[in-house]
Design a binder for this molecule. Structure first.
Ligand code: AMP
Ligand code: MG
Length: 408
């Protein structure tokens, strides 16, 4: 696949290289609206109706014709219009109609005058202000015109889209089936939580991070657990994942030397590149394909695994799932303290972003070692330090990337 294994690969090249090869692989299905929450739209949605569907009042007040107000005399209330109960009666000259928010404005209405700008004396209403034409009337189609495109294919349905679709009367939508992603951790030292640790063991934490992020992305996760550094067991796990999932994500075993089993097996089973990325944390990373599934090999170090998932795997899985992916917002902030940095790699340091007296300020969460999990758990942003940049002095401007959906 033409992977560049010499030197360190810039993050943007790795991303581009992956995305160029990946294509949506999920069929679509029709789901009732409530069940479609979290799914990705398979088709563009055009509005079947206008919103609002009729001219209606934006205020509680009185519907008036401007000509009737010209003389300055009070108007007689002809009747009332409620939301859901339009005014049906006659509307003779010199009359107004009492109207509530959301009620259709009677035919001929030029404006609605809010109640607070009137004085009522029984049925005689005095108007304290002169309305302008169209005042306080929400026009038919003002929000959405019938036939207008409202949501594009690839949109993931969240609490923001659900009420919009409901407002259009859409009862079911065509969505992509969730991406099925197999995961396992590799390493003889790993033990599952809930079991005792022998000397030299550590708990497998990566699977919990990866699972949580897959969950957030709306993927179906096939968790194959912990696979020891044993070629036969690794081969079986790779084959099971390849048969049952669209993609496989593993952690550990992709760095030099110790990675030998993984590397050797993947070369036997599929077409895989082992990359050394010019990012920190997260140097070792593998990407490629098994006969039926895409493969992402994350570094074993917990912080590296999370950061490479967030930065690299997330956009790749989004593409496979047919989901439009927007790069997270990057902002400028002032470093409130010096930051250690050596030139050579793009750093994703973990920081705490806060509003300072003169704008946004960011501090480090402390040790940036890729095994130090507290650096991530206490952070709310990445401090993104350019590849060639060295140590940062307090007061310098840096780029920050507030944590996006996966890490919130
Ligand atoms: P590796 O990439 O397999 O060489 O692992 C690098 C470091 O990450 C080692 O210290 C491993 O013990 C640790 N590590 C690997 N996998 C996990 C995991 N699933 N959970 C926690 N730490 C891990
Ligand atoms: Mg290992």
């Amino acid at each position: 696949m033409g992977f560049d294994t010499s030197g360190l690969l810039p993050l943007s090249d790795a991303l581009q290289g992956m995305l160029a090869q990946l294509d949506g692989c999920c069929d679509s299905e029709q789901l009732p609206l409530p069940e479609a929450l979290g799914r990705v739209l398979a088709m563009d949605i055009a509005s079947p109706l206008s919103v609002p569907p009729f001219d209606n009042s934006a205020m509680d007040g009185y519907a008036v014709r401007l000509a009737d107000l010209a003389g300055g005399a009070p108007l007689i209330m002809a009747g009332k219009a409620f939301a859901g109960q339009p005014y049906q009666g006659e509307w003779p000259a010199g009359h107004c109609v009492r109207i509530m928010t959301g009620a259709p404005v009677p035919a001929g209405t030029d404006a609605v005058v809010m109640q607070e700008e009137t004085q009522a004396d029984g049925d005689r209403i005095t108007f304290l202000t002169t309305p302008v034409p169209g005042q306080n009337i929400r026009r038919r189609g003002e929000d959405i015109c019938e036939g207008a495109s409202v949501l594009a294919a690839g949109t993931r349905l969240t609490a923001r889209e659900m009420p919009l679709l409901a407002s259009l009367g859409i009862a079911s939508v065509s969505v992509r089936r969730p991406l099925k992603v197999a995961i396992f951790s590799t390493g003889d030292e790993l033990k599952p939580v809930g079991t005792p640790l022998a000397h030299g063991n550590i708990y497998d934490s990566n699977r919990y991070g990866v699972r949580a992020m897959l969950d957030r992305m709306g993927c179906d996760c096939l968790d194959l657990g912990i696979i020891p550094d044993d070629p036969a067991q690794l081969r079986a796990a790779f084959q099971k994942a390849d048969c049952e999932a669209d993609a496989l994500i593993t952690t550990g075993g992709v760095s030099v030397g110790e990675a030998d089993f993984t590397k050797q097996l993947l070369e036997e089973l599929g077409e895989i590149g082992f990359w050394k990325l010019a990012i920190k944390p997260g140097k070792p990373f593998a990407f490629g394909r098994l006969p039926h599934a895409w493969f992402f090999g994350l570094p074993g170090n917990p912080v590296s695994a999370m950061v490479t998932f967030d930065q690299l795997v997330q956009p790749a899985l989004a593409k496979l799932a047919g989901q439009r992916f927007e790069r997270p917002l990057q902002l400028k902030a002032i470093a409130a303290e010096p930051l250690k940095k050596a030139p050579g790699r793009l750093d994703f340091q973990r920081g705490i972003l806060a509003q300072g007296q003169n704008g946004l300020e960011v501090r480090s969460t402390g040790s940036q070692d890729s095994a130090v999990f507290s650096s991530l758990s206490r952070a709310n942003c990445y401090i993104v330090l350019e590849r060639e940049r060295g140590r940062v002095a307090a007061g310098e401007t840096v780029t920050v990337e507030p944590f996006g959906g996966l890490l919130l």
